[in-house]
Design a protein around this ligand. Structure first.
Ligand code: MRU
Length: 364
């Protein structure tokens, strides 16, 4: 997608053929800056500190992290250390484990001399596949938006989204945003309600920024606003991303997604989840019971960072000194609240049978 009018991906190999470039998302929206990952530790830090985030981009960064590790040392022990270091960075997005397993399979049975080239090749494929998958998600999701647009006779289609499941969360296109960008590029009138997504504000900071860069009309709303808008017919469709979908179609995504799904159900608003197949975890069924939910630093809730009137970036405390806070990163929306899953192979029901039929090679 575009940054200052120029096409950009979120991750790339630098011209030196070794180090890996990415965008430091902790600085957005007030500053756009790229960083260079040169070591396994750099990659692990970027994921843990959320310089890169979003399930598919976490996976792609981990893949390059393995390549960087093997560049330092190609032995089996180094491969195992890379796996262990990267898997420990964030617990919820299953794309991380998927990518590490793919990388291990790509290099494990090769002689040491071939491993580095094989690792960069597979990491590059993982990145390219993510772009192709998201473009396909966009095409399938576009049909849903077109159907609503046809009913609205020229009035904008109002989409509500939560967190950032945009191109910043992937290698390109985004998942939830891919149908939105494709609709916009085809000239369909579209407007996005962007949940701010406390505590880290991925909606306010990232989704609003990238939609703005691409010229898509949007309005940032406090997280509590969606239900009210739905009651007043101001939301035609909700589309969110996900960090892990279980075999029975439960959807884990950024904290607050579940409440949006409940409000959507109560108001007859279709609630769709866009996902690439590496986000499906066929080893778990009951998302509420089985998916590990990341708990992050209390400071993310107790403080906020923003730009002052004179342009300085400052962090301020918003709760009483000493107040206890909880910071759960994700929640689980049961399959019964999900209207459909927008995948690269089409829009399917959030059910065990549909997931297994659409992705038989993964379900096995
Ligand atoms: O904590 P984050 O910012 O990594 O959480 C991101 C999300 O919850 C996204 O919705 C999800 O990863 C899907 S990204 C296509």
């Amino acid at each position: 997608m575009k940054v200052n009018g120029q096409h950009t991906r979120t991750i790339w190999v630098e011209p030196d053929g070794a180090t890996v470039g990415t965008i430091d998302q902790t600085l957005l929206p007030h500053r756009y800056a790229t960083i260079r990952l040169a070591t396994l530790e750099d990659a692990a830090h970027a994921i843990k500190a959320m310089q890169v985030r979003g399930a598919p981009l976490i996976g792609a960064t981990a893949a390059y992290g393995v390549a960087l590790a093997l560049r330092q040392d190609g032995c089996d022990a180094a491969l195992e250390r890379a796996y262990a270091t990267l898997i420990a960075t964030r617990p919820t997005a299953i794309n991380l484990k998927w990518a590490l397993d793919e990388m291990t399979a790509a290099v494990r049975n090769r002689p040491r001399a071939d491993r580095v080239a094989a690792a960069y090749r597979r990491a590059g494929e993982i990145a390219d596949e993510d772009v192709a998958i998201n473009a396909a998600i966009g095409r399938h999701g576009l049909a849903l938006i077109e159907a609503i647009a046809a009913r609205k006779a020229g009035a904008p289609v109002n989409v509500l989204t939560h967190c950032n499941a945009g191109w910043l969360a992937t290698v390109d296109w985004g998942t939830a945003t891919a149908p939105i960008y494709q609709a916009h590029d085809r000239g369909l009138p579209i407007h996005v309600w962007v949940d701010e997504t406390r505590p880290r504000n991925q909606g306010a900071s990232l989704t609003a920024w990238e939609l703005g860069q691409h010229g898509v009309a949007h309005t940032v709303i406090p997280d509590n606003t969606g239900g009210h808008l739905m009651q007043h017919g101001e939301v035609d469709i909700a589309i969110v991303g996900t960090d892990r979908v279980t075999a029975q179609g439960d959807v884990c995504n950024k904290i607050g997604t579940y409440l949006k799904a409940l409000a959507a159900q109560d108001n007859g608003v279709p609630f769709y989840v866009a996902l690439p197949s590496p986000t499906i975890d066929f080893t778990v069924s009951d998302g509420v019971k089985e998916i590990p939910i990341e708990q992050r630093d209390a400071d993310e809730v107790a403080t906020m960072t923003g730009k002052t009137a004179d342009g300085r970036i400052e962090r301020v405390r918003i709760v009483p000194d000493g107040a206890k806070v909880a910071n759960y990163g994700f929640d689980v929306t049961p399959a019964r609240l999900v209207t459909g899953l927008i995948t690269e192979r089409g829009v399917i029901a959030a059910s065990r049978a549909s997931l297994a039929a659409a992705f038989p090679e993964r379900a096995a």
